[in-house]
Design a protein around this ligand. Structure first.
Ligand SMILES: NC(=O)c1ccc[n+]([C@@H]2O[C@H](COP(=O)([O-])OP(=O)(O)OC[C@H]3O[C@@H](n4cnc5c(N)ncnc54)[C@H](O)[C@@H]3O)[C@@H](O)[C@H]2O)c1
Length: 398
């Protein structure tokens, strides 16, 4: 499945919910003018959610593939202008916001072009492919003074926020080791073609596509400490096997990214992060996400936590080293809201009210640095250092 958390259309509320659902208040101000670049699956999710907001208007869409944007507009009942590239769309429209819903390889190009044209950007995850691109995106956001947020909808989930609260409260003591990752047992994403598995469009495989979620889950909880070094490993055994793709053995030939990645990362503050992620594996899960602290440990149940969702109650544990007695405490699990809607609603509100976005580039840059470090280290066959610039560009006057 190309979608990472929800089934397409799976966020439709039940009949009773729709009956009692509070309608948004009529909006009398100026509507936010939104453009959408890339008309694949996630763009459909953006459209469905923007359409629920009465202060937002989708004025234009674009896709490189001939006829794709037109078909998309018909399918979603959009009466808007249609373009064949991000440049055409941005050059010809006066937009407040653009959703960058393209494949990974053009996230940076589209986001930087939009920011430099004075448009706020909601860019889908992963932020981009390389660390150089992530740096350029962060610089563009700073020099333009416009907002850039990355599409990490799990950040809107109260369980995700609770995890950060617990880790930041100091209850664990000094966190010195974190294990995270997991992934799918049988889920190389090809339902709509090969854009996720070809290097020319995706750039990176599981490491970026779903690895970015596991990394954000733990890095966000830790307060995004700087990554210092990475030792990484990549594999592609399932992707290169024609038997993996029922009815499409030729996809194995096109497969040019990773389907498994592992990394051992040294973070600022003496923390080590042990990470692995898979699109396919001969195992249901390689284990829970774990935080080892000097006072307590925290277990985040594995199913789904690789994609940032926390499916079962988290558990704190403490072992009395004198008696060996183990004490455990479960953390209350909250009901998860429609995080896909909240991700976009939050971005609109941040632009309207000039407040912080939910996933700012300065943080996600570290996520991307780890991904880039894994790819670089795997290629070089040795541990690599992560060197990041100090950002000193001042925003232009708005
Ligand atoms: N947040 C989530 O849960 C979630 C879910 C699915 C996908 N995604 C992310 O969204 C992105 C897109 O995924 P998808 O499944 O929709 O991909 P997709 O390949 O089906 O669609 C991407 C579209 O972008 C178009 N495109 C690329 N560059 C363009 C440009 N410069 N101008 C105009 N159009 C351009 C392509 O022609 C293609 O039609 C990926 O990076 C993916 O990781 C996020």
């Amino acid at each position: 499945m190309a979608n990472d958390l929800a089934v397409p259309g799976g966020d439709k509320p039940s009949f009773f919910l729709r009956l009692f659902k509070k309608k948004e208040k009529p909006f009398t101000g100026e509507k936010m003018k939104v453009g959408i670049i890339g008309c694949g699956w996630i763009a459909g999710d953006h459209v469905r959610n923007y359409k629920k907001m009465n202060d937002v208007e989708i004025v234009a869409i674009a896709d490189l593939i001939e006829g794709k944007a037109e078909a998309f507009a018909r399918r979603h009942g959009l009466k808007c202008r249609i373009y064949r590239s991000h440049k055409e769309l941005i050059d010809n429209e006066k937009l407040d916001i653009v959703s960058v819903c393209t494949y990974n390889k053009t996230h940076a190009e589209c986001s930087i072009y939009a920011l430099d044209a004075g448009v706020n950007v909601m860019c889908e995850k992963p932020m981009c492919v390389t660390i150089e691109e992530a740096i350029e995106m962060t610089k563009a956001a700073k020099r333009s003074g416009k907002k850039l947020s990355i599409g990490f909808q799990p950040r809107m989930d109260p369980n995700f926020q609770e995890l950060k609260k617990v880790v930041q409260s100091g209850e664990l003591g000094q966190v010195y080791y974190v294990q995270t990752g997991g992934g799918r047992t049988n889920g190389i994403p090809t339902p709509f073609g090969t854009s996720f598995i070809e290097s020319s469009t995706a750039g990176i495989g599981a490491v970026g596509d779903i690895g970015c979620y596991s990394l954000d889950l733990v890095m966000n909880a830790l307060g995004y400490p700087k990554p210092l070094t990475v030792s990484g490993y990549l594999n592609n055994s399932f992707g290169k096997d024609p038997k993996t793709f029922l009815g499409h053995p030729e996809y194995a030939e096109k497969f040019s990214v990773d389907d498994f990645a592992a990394g051992f990362v040294r973070l600022e503050g003496g923390i080590c992060l042990d990470f692995r992620i898979a699109w396919a594996m001969n195992l249901e899960t390689p284990g829970d996400t774990l935080f080892f602290g000097t006072k307590k440990a925290l277990r985040v149940p594995s199913t789904g936590c690789w994609n940032g969702s926390i499916p079962k109650p988290m558990e704190l544990s403490h072992v009395n080293q004198t008696t060996g007695i183990i004490t455990k405490k479960k953390i209350k699990k909250f009901k998860s809201p429609n995080v896909f809607y909240m991700k976009l609603r939050g971005f609109i509100d941040a632009v309207r009210n000039d407040t912080e976005v939910s996933a700012p580039p300065e943080q996600i840059l570290y996520n991307q640095a780890i991904i880039d470090g894994i790819v670089r280290s795997a290629k070089e066959g040795k541990e690599v250092e992560i060197i990041l610039p100090d950002f000193d560009e001042k925003p232009k006057k708005k």
